[in-house]
Design a protein around this ligand. Structure first.
Ligand SMILES: [Zn+2]
Length: 318
């Protein structure tokens, strides 16, 4: 095992979601503006920050990557990427890539986990009864009295829904909305939580890379091959048409071990992408599988912890 300072080529890909103050939504997705700004300044001072396209080329060639190469990525396409992160990046000319799901861009609606989190946090109901397919006993009841219970209920329901085909999930979301006293058709964030095409176009024109992240943000292995192909190609073509530039990078929605496999990697390649990111922790060395790149999940943490997280990722992979 090699420790700090080992002089080997590697690419660290940072994974962000949201920048700003946590409102409704998973707190772990947020990095404050102050911390983000400090992190960017630190990266520009201590690392070689590359555009993702450039990094993929260097990773393939290997010998020119260096040991301090870093790429910044943002998943999903939250509006705060434009309002909070973009001004900080633009001011410093810092490259970054946003993996945007296209359905929220088209409809303005929040992604389902964001809405689910809101329902669990804001409901007046004191418990929820979950319908679980295939079980004979009474459905489990999740209490919703304390904040902790509500958060726990959110994660339990989310993990139940992630690996369902989109149609099943929509039916279940409707049932959950009803039992928690909400209208499943409403967007509790008034269509203000996700990026618009105009914002994406402005960032793209300013040099921010835009990558694919499917249309509806499903866990892809839960879908049929046809549905998968549609999610991969239609989202790619739509972004290319709207931004008038090629989309060559992809990030698997959720990105865990159960959210992609070799068959999907081949489909992503066939769809015309040149590289794809998972959410598995680690750094990427020359020769790494370009369709299963590892990332480092950035949390809202002070600079010394952030700096250590970057260093330790090189010797602690999942
Ligand atoms: Zn995502």
């Amino acid at each position: 095992m090699k420790f700090f300072g080992a002089a080997e080529s590697k690419l660290s890909i940072l994974m962000y979601h949201r920048v700003g103050k946590p409102e409704f939504g998973e707190r772990s997705l947020y990095v404050s503006e102050d911390n983000f700004e400090r992190q960017v300044d630190y990266l520009l001072r201590r690392y070689r920050v590359l555009s993702f396209e450039n990094a993929v080329e260097l990773l393939a060639r290997g010998n020119q990557l260096g040991r301090d190469s870093v790429v910044l990525t943002f998943d999903d396409g939250y509006r705060d990427n434009y309002e909070k992160a973009f001004p900080i990046l633009k001011k410093r000319g810092c490259p970054a890539t946003i993996f945007a799901a296209t359905e929220p861009l088209e409809s303005g609606q929040a992604l389902w986990p964001t809405t689910l989190y809101y329902w669990c946090a804001a409901t007046k109901a004191l418990e929820i009864r979950l319908r679980v397919d295939g079980s004979d006993g009474a459905p489990p009841v999740l209490p919703l009295t304390t904040t902790k219970q509500r958060r726990r209920a959110f994660y339990a329901i989310k993990s139940l829904l992630i690996h369902r085909p989109s149609r099943d999930r929509e039916v279940l979301m409707r049932e959950i909305a009803e039992s928690l006293g909400f209208d499943a058709n409403d967007d509790p964030f008034h269509k203000a939580s996700m990026l618009t095409w105009d914002q994406l176009q402005e960032m793209s024109a300013a040099g921010i890379g835009i990558g694919g992240h499917t249309m509806t943000h499903p866990s892809l292995p839960a879908l049929s091959s046809e549905e998968c192909a549609r999610e991969l190609t239609q989202s790619k073509e739509l972004i290319e048409r709207k931004l008038n530039r090629p989309v060559t990078l992809f990030a698997y929605p959720f990105g865990g071990r159960d959210d992609f496999d070799p068959k999907l990697e081949a489909m992503v390649k066939d769809a015309g992408y040149k590289a794809a990111c998972s959410a598995l922790r680690g750094v990427n060395r020359p020769g790494a599988n370009r369709f299963a790149l590892r990332r480092i999940y950035v949390r809202n943490e002070p600079l010394p912890v952030f700096a250590l997280r970057l260093l330790s990722a090189a010797w602690r992979s999942e």
